[in-house]
Design a protein around this ligand. Structure first.
Ligand code: MTE
Ligand code: MO
Length: 476
């Protein structure tokens, strides 16, 4: 159940089984395959469960004699599962958790049984203890079956979607390599790997959509309604484009920003095909789970290549990032544009609707604000030549200059890495001859027209934070 809720495949049995498969000598693997054929995995799981039952029985017996001896068996067992789960290549950040939860649950249940059983061992004829024990056994059994079944329903659907995702053949970009020269010395990766891409949404459990079930309806103030399924979408002309997404909730210096190579179909083409009414000024996009975003039509029909994206860095969208289809609009914060698990697009007018975040205190329109961030160093440096590096962004406007200053002194121009386009962030670096002591580094950027970044501090609400990123560095 915990694995299903957390969306990880690492149940204790799967984790230990997978770790075991990776470690068995080849002859044993071959023997298992020759004995059990394609049922070798079932055989392994059965074997694990048999060993588990035997150890559980041992733990139970020990716990009646001495609770902690039984508990030790459980702790070792759960510990092995936690280690196995957290060292799997696809462990992620939550892989260890189901085994951990299993260990805690087992300890609690062992405690309940141990108290009931020790009474029964002392007074075998006592009907009350006997009934208590039987009731507990029945309760634990039923509870286990119920929770397990629920976990299987949730997890099974997720697994089916993951499998369908793995099996997709998508029109992919010719190369996943970043354009030449965009990486600045010392800065973090210019292209954000999917696993490290920030995730922000209101979905407590992610919508699980089979590509074969995905449908999009484009309607409202249009001449012709368009209905698309996933294979219709893939038949269309596909573009690949690097775009930096940013969340309006990003604090100054924050990490709710990521840069990826998106593949998809231009919204401009679809909207032209639908025939948009002259007095329409917005689209309201709705996700499978009911989130809505309101986006100015102008940002979808101009030359910025806003798209219905189905791939991210050459892979089908990860489920958390909107599988199978989301919107990507360069230059606008995610909350007004980047609808994941897209289900519907209504062409309309801003005076006709309110999108999800508007009545919750966020601005109706959300162009991204010019910002910059220091990535290295963040807290310490040694005296002498220190590389100061980071990113600056003003999507769909562009960054023309970045400056750094130390302890409020003169602004010094940093060196800019190459610009992939005005729709991505731009890296910069600057070499600092760092003297011993505590210092404050600050950065500011200028947009393509030479306007400086807003220095006044403002919080994210209602339309994006402003202020300069400062870091305190201890040099020594
Ligand atoms: N369906 C849905 N799409 C959504 C959201 C959401 O809550 N639900 N959040 C938006 C916000 S606020 C942001 S910043 C981006 C984040 O996209 P990411 O999680 O892929 O980084 O998705 C946008 N799309
Ligand atoms: Mo966001």
């Amino acid at each position: 159940m915990a694995a299903a809720l957390l969306g990880t495949r690492q149940t204790p049995v799967v984790a230990i089984g997978s770790a075991f498969i990776d470690r068995v000598p080849p002859w044993l693997k071959d023997l298992a395959i020759s004995l059990f054929g394609t049922h070798d995995k079932l055989a392994l799981k059965t074997g694990i469960l048999v060993v588990l039952l035997a150890l559980a029985a041992l733990g139970g017996i020990l716990s009646v004699l001495r609770y902690w001896a039984g508990a030790a068996v459980v702790i070792v067992l759960a510990g092995v599962a936690v280690i196995a789960a957290s060292t799997r290549p696809d462990a992620g950040q939550t892989g260890f958790a189901p085994s951990f939860v299993a260990g805690i649950t087992a300890l609690l249940i062992l405690r309940l049984f141990a108290t009931r059983l020790s009474g029964l061992v002392r007074y075998p004829e006592d009907g009350v203890s006997r009934r208590g024990f039987l009731q507990l056994s029945a309760g634990v059994t039923l509870g286990t079956i119920a929770v397990g079944a629920l976990g299987r329903v949730i997890g099974g659907h997720r697994a089916a979607v993951a499998e369908a995702r793995d099996a997709l053949k998508l029109p992919l970009p010719p190369s996943l390599d970043p354009p030449a020269g965009v990486q600045a010395a010392g800065a973090g990766p210019w292209a954000t790997p999917n696993e490290d891409f920030y995730r922000i949404d209101t979905a407590l459990s992610v919508p699980l959509i089979m590509p074969s079930d995905w449908k999009l309806r484009i309607h409202g103030m249009v001449d012709r309604e368009i209905n698309l399924n996933f294979s219709d979408l893939l038949q269309r002309k596909v573009v690949h484009k690097w775009v930096t997404l940013t969340c309006v909730s990003n604090e100054v210096g924050g990490d709710l920003i990521g840069n990826a190579l998106w593949s998809g179909v231009l919204l401009k083409d679809l909207l032209a095909e639908a025939g948009v009414a002259a007095n329409a000024d917005a689209i309201k996009s709705t996700s499978k789970d009911g989130f809505t975003a309101g986006t100015p039509l102008s940002a979808l029909t101009d030359d910025r290549e806003s798209m219905l994206a189905f791939a991210m860095n050459g892979q089908p969208l990860p489920v958390e990032h909107g599988f199978p289809v989301r919107i990507v609009v360069p230059g606008l914060y995610g909350y007004v544009s980047a609808t994941k698990w897209l289900a519907e697009i209504e062409v309309t007018r801003f005076d006709q609707f309110e999108a999800y975040w508007t009545p919750r205190g966020w601005s109706e329109k959300g162009p991204i604000k010019l910002s910059s961030r220091i990535d290295v160093p963040r807290s310490k440096a040694s005296t002498g030549q220190v590389t100061v590096a980071g990113v600056a962004w003003d999507q769909h406007v562009g960054v023309s200059k970045v400056e750094v200053r130390v302890d409020g002194g003169q602004w010094q121009e940093a060196e800019l890495a190459a610009d992939a386009s005005i729709d991505t962030w731009r890296q910069w670096h600057w070499t600092w001859d760092a003297p011993r002591g505590n210092h404050v580094l600050q950065v500011r950027a200028f947009d393509a027209q030479g306007n400086p970044q807003i220095e006044a501090q403002a919080p994210p609400a209602p339309d994006g934070s402003t202020g300069l990123h400062s870091v305190d560095i201890k040099v020594g």
